[in-house]
Structures are given as structure tokens and as C-alpha cells.
Design a protein around this ligand. Structure first.
Ligand SMILES: [Ca+2]
Ligand SMILES: [Ca+2]
Length: 144
């Protein structure tokens, strides 16, 4: 191997190492999925099931939509609140399904963190979350 071939291999190896480190850092601190979600979940048929009272998600890219389906832990008259960084505007809608009919029962489209809505949900509940502006993590609190 001549000098320049060795140099090229060394540069290539360094680039691969740097890329690996950046990918590892990206996955741990800026992952595309929050702990409550498993992308892809942009369609209601791919909704992530949530059993607890807190949803931790990430709007990972422009146009990201996150669907969740609840486990009845929400009860009949829950309050949903969304919390996020001021640099991002996360909105969500609540859907109730009864007898095979899915209908929207509430919509939180304020710009502020802490935006909250109380809805009547006698059936199975789905949440649709998206961002009006920006990307980043959000948390939705469920109060039965
Ligand atoms: Ca997401
Ligand atoms: Ca998504």
C-alpha cells in the first residue's frame, strides 16, 4: 500500500468513527421516537398503545404525526394536557370509537404549553398528535 492509499484509508476510517459517534449521540438524546412511541405511528392503524397516565413523544421531523390508543385508563371524562418547549407548538385531537364509529371529541390547538381539554369518552380513545410549528419532545398528561 503506498503512502496516499494509506492516507485515504485513514481518512475513511476517521470519517466512519465520527459518523458512528454522531449516530449514537443522536439516538440517545435526539431520538425520533419518545419513550411512549415506536415510529412509524403516523397512521391510526399503527397507533402506539399507552397504558399509563403520561405519554412521552417526540415530533421527530416536519410532518411527523403520532397516533396513540389508550387502554381505558382514561375513564369517561378525562382531561388531557400537553407540555412542550416554547419553541414548538404541539397540538392534539381526541377521538372516541363506539360501535365501530370513530369521531373526534376534542381538539387542543392552543400555542401554549399546558394547553388542556376535557372530553367525554365512553368508548375507545385515540389521540392524534402533531406540530403546528417546530420539532422536539412533548408530554401529554392524562387525568381520568
Ligand atoms: Ca413521533
Ligand atoms: Ca409519528
Amino acid at each position: 500500500m503506498d503512502f496516499w492509499t494509506k492516507q485515504r484509508y485513514a481518512v475513511a476510517a476517521a470519517l466512519i468513527a465520527v459518523t458512528a459517534v454522531l449516530l449514537a449521540a443522536g439516538c440517545s438524546s435526539f431520538g425520533l421516537s419518545g419513550s411512549s412511541e415506536m415510529e412509524p405511528n403516523n397512521d391510526v392503524s399503527l397507533a402506539d398503545r399507552v397504558a399509563g397516565f403520561e405519554i412521552n413523544g417526540v415530533i421527530g421531523f416536519e410532518g411527523d404525526v403520532d397516533w396513540y390508543v389508550l387502554n381505558n385508563q382514561e375513564g369517561y371524562n378525562p382531561t388531557f394536557s400537553v407540555f412542550h418547549d416554547p419553541s414548538i407548538d404541539v397540538d392534539f385531537e381526541v377521538y372516541n370509537t363506539m360501535g365501530g364509529n370513530m369521531s373526534r371529541v376534542g381538539s387542543a390547538q392552543g400555542t401554549q404549553s399546558g394547553d388542556s381539554i376535557r372530553v367525554y369518552t365512553p368508548g375507545q380513545v385515540h389521540l392524534r398528535v402533531w406540530s403546528y410549528r417546530g420539532t422536539g419532545p412533548y408530554r401529554i398528561q392524562i387525568m381520568p
